[in-house]
Design a protein around this ligand. Structure first.
Ligand code: ADP
Ligand code: MG
Length: 502
């Protein structure tokens, strides 16, 4: 039954200066399987796969393909052995067509001799075989991100890849696109391909892979057939300690209505939205990204203008106020794009810790209008401690922190406002599993301290586990309200894509 190993890595070590990104990595991949590699950011996953693909050369260790030891010195060598790799950032030329991108990339220097008609036929055939549904003559710039990713996969197949390496392919996809993409991967396995997928989403590992290798801190810390493991075990291996995957959440005790939204409209994206959020509850918004969630949060934060309807915080009409006035009323905002809206990346942590209230007391000393350095450094030290920001060095620019630690700093800063209402978008996007647990716990604490929380997340599981009530948005409207304790994923999925509530 056991298929022979198509890939075997033995004792691979790779150093970048003082950092050892891979330390004696050994594992094998049976042919015609889907093999997941999981681990937190910085664990060394991309490095080991770039070594296999010939981008980097290992300092130590050996690579076997089809049972024979190979010297893979460049991607060219890797391609010749039947390897293909799709990177986190696509390498396509936007004004050119699917066909041109695939053919020109595959046959450097010989473009003049390419028979484009024959190539188009082969691409259409591959596209049909695996269910890609791509038009060879479409321009890359007109395609969605999900379609562009399929072009990258198709490009590898066109070059004859039988072993496909995918580095965090789902990070850029919506839940619907992920399902379609997984169908394609399963079809590829069915037809004899071997797939290596890097991810840090445990649900993806469990639903897709045959085997899983877990990495932590440059080493392999576990490897198993997927059916012999489970999410808590994988999380513990990845993080190196027990991790609570489910949010421990006592029932909410909602009090008075804090936010009242009535027939709200904004541009074309927000059509007609009405709902309330009460003190002491988390109301979650589920939906495929791009259905008005961003506009809703930005309108409430005073970052976009209202076209119709109203929103009130207690008696205050938010439509008449500036972003700063809204903040002063007690509305905190954890934005979806932390680089654009949440942080000044080149400024130090202290500057970022007071961002948004930097013009007034306590950031500014009374009378003189000068920053109160002592107060600000005390506050930053407190946020760093209470929100476990690492490394704990207030003098670092925000840019030097990982995504998860940047997010913890923003969360600390916004929580510190003791808001009446918290607007929070994609709170754990790009954040490691250990920090996700921490952020979820803090959100529940804030709820229990009496804050009204409006949560938007593209992660359905996150919305369901954190929220006390769930609203589903579709094409700028709220199309359903559900009790997260009893809602079926299927029912929500149906509402999210325009179906009716049962
Ligand atoms: P992962 O993909 O698991 O997030 P990586 O393989 O990208 O991890 O990185 C592992 C470690 O190696 C990290 O500490 C990272 O900063 C470091 N690293 C990766 N690539 C380079 C590079 N080209 N130069 C220096 N350090 C690197
Ligand atoms: Mg990586």
């Amino acid at each position: 039954m056991n298929s022979p190993n198509i890939i075997e890595l033995r004792g691979i070590t790779k150093r970048f200066g003082a950092v050892t990104a891979n330390k004696g990595i050994s594992f094998s991949i049976p042919a015609q399987t889907i093999h997941a590699i999981v681990g937190e950011n910085g664990a060394g996953k991309s490095t080991i796969m770039k070594i296999l693909y010939g981008f980097y050369t290992a300092d130590e260790g050996e690579i076997f393909v089809d049972g024979a030891r190979r010297d893979i010195r460049s991607p060219h060598d890797a391609i010749a052995l039947g390897l293909g790799m799709v990177h986190q950032h696509f390498m396509l030329v936007p004004p050119m067509t699917v066909l041109e991108n695939i053919v020109l990339g595959a046959e450097p220097g010989s473009a003049v001799k390419v028979d484009f008609r024959q190539a188009a036929e082969r691409i259409s055939q591959l596209s049909r075989d695996f269910g890609f549904d791509l038009d060879p003559h479409a321009k890359i710039e007109d395609l969605s991100v999900g379609q562009q990713q399929r072009v990258e996969v198709l490009k590898a197949l066109y070059r004859g890849a039988r072993i496909l390496i995918l580095d965090e392919p789902t990070a850029v996809l919506t839940p619907q696109e992920v399902e379609e993409f997984f169908k394609i991967l399963r079809a590829m396995r069915q037809q004899g391909k071997t797939i290596i997928i890097i991810t840090h989403k445990l649900s993806e590992v469990l639903s897709l892979s045959d085997n899983v290798t877990v990495m932590r801190d440059g080493q392999v810390v576990g490897g198993k057939p997927t059916q012999d493991t489970n999410a808590p075990e994988l999380a513990r291996l990845m993080v190196g300690r027990e991790v609570l995957l489910r949010v421990e959440k006592p029932p909410a005790h909602p009090k008075d209505v804090v936010l009242k939204v009535q027939n709200l409209r904004c541009g074309t994206k927000l059509q007609d939205v009405s709902f309330d959020v009460r003190a002491g509850e988390i109301v979650g918004i589920a939906g495929v990204e791009g259905n008005g969630q961003t506009e809703l949060i930005e309108v409430l934060a005073g970052l976009q203008r209202i076209n119709g309807g109203s929103c009130h915080l207690q008696n205050h009409d938010l439509g008449k106020l500036s972003a700063r006035q809204i903040k002063e009323l007690g509305i905190a905002h954890i934005p979806e794009d932390r680089h654009r809206r949440g942080l000044l990346l080149d400024f130090n942590l202290t500057a970022n810790a007071i961002l948004g209230t930097h013009y007034r007391r306590p950031a500014v000393a009374s009378g003189l209008g000068l920053l109160d350095e002592k107060a600000n450094s005390d506050k930053t030290a407190r946020l760093i401690r209470d929100f476990d920001v690492r490394p704990p060095n207030a003098a670092l620019p925000a840019r030097a922190l990982s995504g998860g630690n940047q997010q913890k700093l923003i969360i600390g800063r916004e929580f510190d406002l003791q808001p009446k209402l918290l607007l929070v978008s994609q709170p754990t996007r790009g954040v490691d599993i250990g920090a996700i647990e921490f952020i979820h716990r803090k959100l529940v604490e804030l709820r229990d301290a009496g804050t009204a929380i409006l949560l938007v997340s593209a992660e359905l599981e996150e919305v369901l586990s954190l929220s006390d009530r769930v609203l589903v948005m579709y094409q700028g409207r709220v199309v359903g309200e559900l009790d997260p304790q009893h809602a079926e994923q299927e029912e929500i999925g149906c509402l999210m894509t325009g179906g009716k509530q049962a």
